[in-house]
Design a protein around this ligand. Sequence first.
Ligand SMILES: C[S@@+](CC[C@H](N)C(=O)[O-])C[C@H]1O[C@@H](n2cnc3c(N)ncnc32)[C@H](O)[C@@H]1O
Length: 287
Amino acid sequence: MGRAERAGGRQEAGRLSDILDGQPTDASVLAEIYDLEHEAIDEDLPFYREMAHRFPGPAIDLGCGSGRLFGPLLAGGGGPIVGIDGSPSLLERAAARIAADARLNAARADGWIELAVGDVRHVRRTERFALAILAGVIAHLDGPEEALRSLVSARRLLARDGVLVVDTLGPGALPERDLPLSLDWEHAEGDRRFVRRSRLERRETPEGLRVRYATLTDVVRSDGTIARLPASFRLWYPSPTALVALAAEAELAVESVFGSHDLDPLDDDSERCIVVVRPTRADPGKG
Ligand SMILES: C[S@@+](CC[C@H](N)C(=O)[O-])C[C@H]1O[C@@H](n2cnc3c(N)ncnc32)[C@H](O)[C@@H]1O
């Protein structure tokens, strides 16, 4: 049995798929902070809208977080849309996002958007998808074995002509040295101010860059009280070559590789590494 086949098996006991579980800070508060921070990221939205336009039909957003991509996917012609995430707290934020947006809300009421708690390393669905997305998720999987599991799982979800988009940081965006604890983000929301400090330790390994990322977020209220909320994450960034090799191992052929959401070619300075892949063979029961 090859590594790709073993990777399709059940997940061994180990790290949970909820990245906010087991943190010293309440998961729903971390999810709120995550949302405030990620809300500002919109440079990739036209890209996902265009992908949904090019590959219309059922779409699955694997590791959807708070559902940032649902609007563009829907606007591009994607649907029905399934959002899978390991974090119930982030899925609650996704549900809130949908409820606050008339178009998304109508789509969900029509059964056109579904949210489900799940682990991207072994998602099982009966339907097949024209578009599957792993955006910002590979970094949270603890290295090549887990990434391979998620790629095999995603391949099995694809329709015959479906594609998977794997979107992660490019070589030009990776930290070149450790960063001491320093201020990296501030945001005011109502009567609260969020001030986040973070520290980063990097380690080059044969399989890619490993990063320990520790954050300390102060929630400062107008009455002067401060809640200090720690969290830490283990991240992993494969090189583009390693990612393409894993895709091949998962029986996925590369259709295109981009170094940005504007479709620039990938090079050593690229901020993103976006790999679009297709299954190299039909899986049984495929649509
Ligand atoms: C950086 S966020 C990206 C969220 C979303 N894709 C976006 O682009 O806004 C990474 C997401 O992956 C999810 N995640 C990490 N590991 C997972 C796993 N094994 N199974 C399911 N979700 C996972 C996290 O909960 C988080 O929502």
